[in-house]
Design a protein around this ligand. Structure first.
Ligand code: CP
Length: 309
């Protein structure tokens, strides 16, 4: 495949190839081999029109660990502030010879449009409320490392699904991988299209928790919300927040995930976020390995076995 724009583009075999490649890269890194020459001479452009901490830094780290040249573009401080369009920005990057463009944009569909304008591979690093496929891949990678194969595993995703590109990409990828996903959210924070998603929906978190292998909490995205629909913190936490009492309903091996950034004290209690069940820090570390696998496979890097002998 040339681009990674939606988790829906990935067959089960595609997804397993990325996860297995990430496993291989993690093993190499555990042997203290920090840098591979596999993408030497290639250029990866990180094109960020929306703020990011984890995704931007981990794509940069991933490209550098594969020895690619990295150009970081942030809309703030660029000619976008003078009104330059996405297309003209893309053509400028194209002229500089990008082999891959990693794009985060506030508009759903921006990576899809970009793919028509550049010759290199396009990787969606989050577009509006649409998708964030590499987040779903790093989440699946984290779950697999903790729990083994995902077939038949019960994954509960809780919170502001309406504004969450992470939720959509996770539902698509996890169902492809054979997991059973349940979304738990207030009715006002579910998209109308949810009926056609490959998952169940519940409004009762306490009922769903005992049978969950994974509970993934979502950030309440106040910045994308009309103030009139904004739930009060206390009411939201009472019904949908993950606190110590709710965690006690989970079975012993169940894990707690959050893509970050978190609203500590709102959707997740600080003591839960910092507990041994939490994979939040692992998810960040796994993000580098998973994004290395994506760049490696899209850009046709040299054979990994050969590189490390
Ligand atoms: N999870 C995630 O996408 O975080 P950032 O917005 O910090 O990249």
């Amino acid at each position: 495949k040339r681009h990674l724009i939606s988790a829906a583009d990935l067959s089960r075999d595609d997804a397993l190839l990325i996860l297995d490649t990430a496993d291989e890269l993690a093993k190499i890194s555990e042997r203290s081999i920090k840098k591979l020459p596999t993408l030497r001479g290639r250029t990866v452009v990180n094109l960020f029109f929306e703020d990011s901490t984890r995704t931007r830094i981990s794509f940069e780290a991933a490209a550098k660990r594969l020895s690619a040249d990295v150009i970081n573009f942030s809309a703030k401080g660029s000619s976008v502030s003078k009104g330059e369009s996405l297309k003209d920005t893309a053509l400028t990057l194209e002229a500089m010879g990008a082999d891959a463009v990693v794009i985060r944009h506030g508009a759903s569909g921006a990576p899809h449009r970009l793919a028509n304008w550049v010759r290199g591979s396009v990787v969606n690093a989050g577009d509006g409320t649409h998708e964030h496929p590499t987040q779903a891949l790093l989440d699946a990678f984290t779950m697999r490392r903790r729990l083994g194969p995902l077939d038949g595993r019960k994954i509960t995703i809780v919170g502001d699904v309406l504004h969450s590109r992470v939720a959509r990409s996770n539902v698509l990828l996890l169902s492809t991988l054979g997991a059973e996903v349940t979304l738990v959210a207030p009715p006002t924070l579910l998209p109308v299209s949810v009926g056609s998603w490959p998952c169940e929906v519940s409004y009762d978190l306490d009922a769903v928790l005992p049978k969950s292998d994974v509970v993934m909490m979502l950030r309440v995205q106040r910045e994308r919300m009309n103030a009139a629909f904004f739930p009060t913190e206390r009411e939201y936490s009472r019904r949908y927040g993950l606190d110590r009492e709710r965690v006690a309903r989970l079975h012993d091996e169940a894990i707690v995930m959050h893509p970050g950034p978190m609203n500590r004290g709102m959707e997740i209690a600080a003591e839960v976020a910092d507990s041994p069940r939490s994979t939040i820090v692992e998810q960040v570390a796994n993000g580098v390995t998973t994004r290395m696998a994506v760049l490696y496979l899209l850009l046709g890097g040299a054979d990994l076995g050969g590189e490390i002998q």
